[in-house]
Design a protein around this ligand. Structure first.
Ligand SMILES: Nc1ncnc2c1ncn2[C@@H]1O[C@H](COP(=O)(O)OP(=O)(O)O)[C@@H](O)[C@H]1O
Ligand SMILES: [Mg+2]
Length: 303
């Protein structure tokens, strides 16, 4: 089969590993930079051309989109076009878009009964005092709705600090969440990597000294963790609610159990493979191929 990988660079660890695994399993790969995909729309004939109008992309059995936050919009248009062409996707565009919006994600998770840190959306300085009270602060966490890699996640120690930060972001036209600070997690969190309905592996991340954000991009380090059943259940349920097939679920270890903070729909797994020794790339490729086969069977069945 032919596995397409949407990625800006084939030298990126995660992309390279996915290519390697597909080849090892006897399949072909095409790495496509979403920024070089030309989308052609006409009645009933959606097409994608690559690097100009010469080469039409037509032979992919399944596509794995790895869409960085900086090109979300264009990337999602390309993902949508593949969907229109009937190419199976892991993940599809809607779930990716949903996961990029922290407010939307938390709304859906909370409605489904999944525990999250208490979160308030405010848009007016006069409401900040009350918002902090609701989340049990200060201190409280302030979060940019569309941030990633720990950028845009701030710990405000006082009401005055919260006010200053919020007014700065509002001035830039950005939406901010005020969130309960889960202090007992002490700069640690759990990242569970889920593929299909299986937690492939999980690690506990520890933030570097003087830092509360455990993101690998912020210097966090990981150790392999034997995931308790309650965390496993919550990770799978969160993925189901978000309708993601592949994702990295971030959970804080609170006194009352797991609290989901976010789900990444293009999870990088360099740290996870290094720290857990699990072959995540092969798990993803195997899942993508079996998903592609099941979609093909469905279509043949006239569904
Ligand atoms: N409410 C919170 N309480 C304590 N720590 C938090 C909270 N929210 C986030 N963090 C820490 O900050 C990190 C980044 O937050 P997250 O919501 O995952 O944003 P990003 O998309 O930038 O990774 C988390 O991995 C966690 O270590
Ligand atoms: Mg995160």
């Amino acid at each position: 089969m032919v596995v397409g990988i949407l990625s800006r660079r084939r030298s990126l660890y995660t992309t390279r590993r996915l290519v390697e695994s597909a080849l090892k399993l006897g399949h072909e790969t095409r790495v496509l930079n979403p920024l070089h995909c030309f989308l052609v729309l006409s009645q009933r004939a959606p097409e994608i051309y690559y690097r100009g109008l010469e080469a039409r992309v037509s032979d992919l059995d399944v596509v794995l989109p790895r869409i960085g936050a900086s090109i979300t919009e264009h990337g999602l248009a390309v993902v949508n076009q593949f969907d229109m062409m009937g190419v199976p996707l892991v993940n599809n565009s809607q779930p990716i878009a949903r996961s990029r919006d922290k407010l939307r994600s938390l709304q859906l998770l909370a409605r489904a009964g999944i525990d999250i840190p208490k979160t308030v959306m405010v848009s007016d300085p006069s409401q900040i005092h009350r918002a902090l009270e609701i989340v049990g602060g200060p201190p409280a966490i302030l979060k940019v709705v569309k941030g990633t890699q720990g950028i845009g996640v701030i710990l405000a120690e006082t009401e005055q600090a919260a006010l200053t930060v919020l007014e700065t972001f509002w001035n830039l036209g950005m939406n901010i969440l005020v969130q309960e600070f889960i202090e007992e997690s002490e700069g640690r969190d759990i990242r569970a990597l889920v593929v299909g309905d299986r937690v492939v592996t999980a690690m506990r991340r520890q933030a570097s000294v003087g830092e509360f954000r455990s993101n690998v991009h912020r210097g966090g380090t990981g150790t392999v963790v034997d995931l308790p059943e309650s965390y496993r259940r919550v990770a799978l349920e969160a993925m189901r609610v978000m309708e993601l097939q592949l994702g990295g679920v971030d959970m804080l270890e609170s006194e009352t159990g797991p609290k989901v903070v976010e789900i990444n729909s293009s999870p990088g797994f360099e740290g996870l493979e290094r720290w857990t020794g699990v072959d995540i790339a092969s798990a993803i490729i195997e899942y993508a191929l079996s998903f592609a086969r099941s979609q093909k069977r469905k279509r043949k069945g006239g569904a």
